[in-house]
Design a protein around this ligand. Structure first.
Ligand SMILES: C[S@@+](CC[C@H](N)C(=O)[O-])C[C@H]1O[C@@H](n2cnc3c(N)ncnc32)[C@H](O)[C@@H]1O
Length: 386
């Protein structure tokens, strides 16, 4: 008997025999797959709620792509903006969204069923609980638009898994992934992904800053820091902290602009280069890697971690923030969403905390700990010391 480990190598169980746990699960599977049992479970009052929940879960898995496209329609037609101030009639929304009335009602009813919208008095529609949450978070709307590319790349998921697809839209969108000389990327090539990262950064920065206080440090080096959105957010919480950003040259230029525009030029500097081939700037007592490691294959991660280790003093700190695989309650986010996203992008993988701990230890870091997350769905924060 064999199964796949996180490193991809098959795990062979020595005895080759099924454990009691395996046998129990086999019995369970046989019962659940039995049409007679399914009929019984749906009819019997004690099992009916479980049977219904399971049937709903299964249906949601089958229909998830339709729900996503309804969400995309709402975002593209700016439905949540139209509903933001006060409830609206379908007729008014029909003219605002330039949709026929019948299709407007169809979209609104679909949005109501998904808690994106809600029926209000007088036959009008308002924001639903999920629509309201989304409206307060422009980064999520940007990601929903961005998913059109992932949707296209996942058209034939089996071919993707078999490595038979030509590089798709995501591979072009993230041009540094797998590129020999990413430092050459032009301003036009990095602009779309840098803007997307910037739009989704506030919710990440909020989580990282809530988990870890940068105030006790002198100087923070943010490696792969994008256009400086993360450092700008940290700057507001740690007024004495000096800030250094390192990213590809065209991205670092954008960060310099942001630092200037935010009046941070006296304590923030952006430097260009590749963290795979160039030395990282020295002098910081804390280095952050925010949404960086999962983008890269193991060999490149080890190169990067070695450079971070070399740039930090002995009493320095590494702060690593990204979605982690195998986190209880959020498994589908890293293990399904990010795993397939990164597969389509052509580089990197989500990793579990034990795997990251091992990689950090191999790169010369010790005492890696995971800080209690507020919202592990978005990011988990790990700190480690040289
Ligand atoms: C997923 S984005 C994350 C950006 C930012 N940390 C955030 O969370 O918003 C990855 C960043 O790593 C940068 N990057 C990728 N490869 C790089 C390399 N070889 N050297 C320097 N930066 C690199 C990209 O330009 C991009 O800004």
């Amino acid at each position: 008997m064999s199964s796949a480990s996180e490193s991809g190598a098959p795990v062979v169980h020595r005895s080759g025999r099924l454990s009691w746990h395996d046998r129990l699960l086999d019995v369970r599977d046989t019962i659940l797959a039995n049409p007679g049992f399914q009929r019984f479970a749906a009819a019997f009052p004690l099992t009916r709620p479980i049977a219904r929940r399971r049937a709903n879960d299964l249906f949601d898995l089958c229909a998830g792509f339709v729900y996503s496209q309804i969400l995309l329609s709402c975002v593209r037609l700016r439905l949540f903006d139209h509903l933001a101030d006060e409830p609206q009639s379908a007729a008014l929304l029909s003219s605002r969204m330039s949709l026929p009335l019948e299709e407007t009602v169809l979209l609104l009813d679909a949005a109501v069923s998904l808690r994106l919208a809600q029926r209000r008095s007088g036959g009008r529609y308002g924001l639903g609980s999920l629509g309201a949450a989304l409206r307060g978070n422009p980064g999520v709307a940007a990601m929903i638009e961005h998913h059109a590319m992932l949707y296209a790349d996942l058209k034939d998921p089996v071919a993707l898994l078999r490595g038979q697809n030509d590089p798709g839209q995501l591979a072009q969108y993230w041009p540094y992934a797998g590129r020999e000389k990413p430092s050459d990327l032009s301003s036009a090539a990095i602009a779309p992904y840098t803007a997307l990262m910037s739009a989704s950064q506030p919710m990440i920065a909020q989580q990282v800053i809530a988990a870890y206080s940068f105030q006790k440090h002198r100087c923070l080096l943010d490696v792969g820091g994008g256009d400086g959105a993360f450092l700008t957010a940290v700057a507001a919480h740690a007024p004495k902290l000096r800030l250094v950003l390192f990213d590809l040259p065209a991205v670092a230029d954008k960060a310099s602009e942001r630092f200037r525009a935010n009046g941070l030029s006296s304590r923030a500097v952006a430097m260009g280069g590749s963290f795979l081939t160039d030395r990282l700037p020295e002098g910081a007592d804390v280095v952050s890697l925010v949404r960086i490691v999962h983008d890269h294959d193991d060999a490149n991660v080890m190169t990067l971690l070695a450079k971070v280790r070399a740039a930090l003093p002995q009493d320095g700190t590494l702060v690593l923030a990204e979605p982690i695989s195998g986190e209880r309650g959020t498994e589908p986010i890293a293990d399904a969403y990010f795993a397939f996203y990164l597969l389509a992008m052509g580089s990197g993988r989500p990793r579990s905390f034990p795997r990251l701990q091992q990689m950090l230890a191999d790169a010369g870091f010790s005492d890696a700990i995971r800080l209690p997350p507020r919202m592990p769905l978005l990011t988990t924060v790990i700190i480690a010391r040289p």
